[in-house]
Design a protein around this ligand. Sequence first.
Ligand code: SF4
Length: 225
Amino acid sequence: MTQNYKVNELFQTIQGEGVYTGVPAIFVRLQGCDVGCAWCDTKHTWDIDPSKQSELMLLTDKSTESDRWADVSAKEIVDEIKRLGYTANLIVITGGEPCMFDLRELTQVLHEFGFQIQLETSGTYPVLVDDQTWVTLSPKINMRGKKEVLKTALVRANEIKHPVGTEKDIEQLDALLQQLKSVNDKTICLQPISQKPKATALCMKTCIERNWRLSIQMHKYLDID
Ligand code: SF4
C-alpha cells in the first residue's frame, strides 16, 4: 500500500546551511514534532491538527507560515514539483521532525525520479531512509521533549551540524561523538548561533583546529527563506 506523508510546505530556494550551502533546493517540510526545542523557529509544525488538513497546492505559497498540512504520497509530491516547474535537483526533507515517520518509500521514489535527497533530523528518532539519502543530523540535546539523540542515528548520519553559542555546546558535541568509533566518514559543521561574533569566532577556531566545517546560515545574511 502506498504510504502518505503530512506535508506542511513545499518550496524552492537555495540551501543556506551545512554541506549543501548555496545549492538550489526544493524543501519538503513535514508536519509533526515532539522534540520541544525552546528556540524552535518552526513551532507551527509541531501539532498535527486534523482540522488543519488542506490541499498540497494551497501550501506551496511560501508567503505565510501556517499549521496546515496535506496528506500526500511521494508521487503526488513529484507531480506538484513538476506542476510548479521547479528546477532544483536537490530535495531537502525537513520538519518538524521528519524521522517521526518511515521515510523509506518517500526517499526511494524521489531517488527513482533522479533527485538527490538531504534529510534534516534531530537524531531523536530512528532514521528510516534510502541508502542513497544524505543524512544531516543536528543533535537536539536536553530539550523539553526529553528525547535522547540515538546512537543508530549518529552512526547513519553523513553530516553532523551543530549550533554553537559557547564552549559548552562543543563539549556536548564531543560527548555525543565519543559514542562513535570514528568520525572520519562524517562531515562535521559548526553553526554559530544567531550570527553572534563570539560564537562565530569560537566556531572558526574549533573548525580550524579540527578540520571541521563552518556553516554560517547563508540565508540569514541574504534575508531569504
Ligand atoms: Fe523545532 Fe526542529 Fe527542535 Fe522540532 S527538532 S522543536 S522542529 S527545532
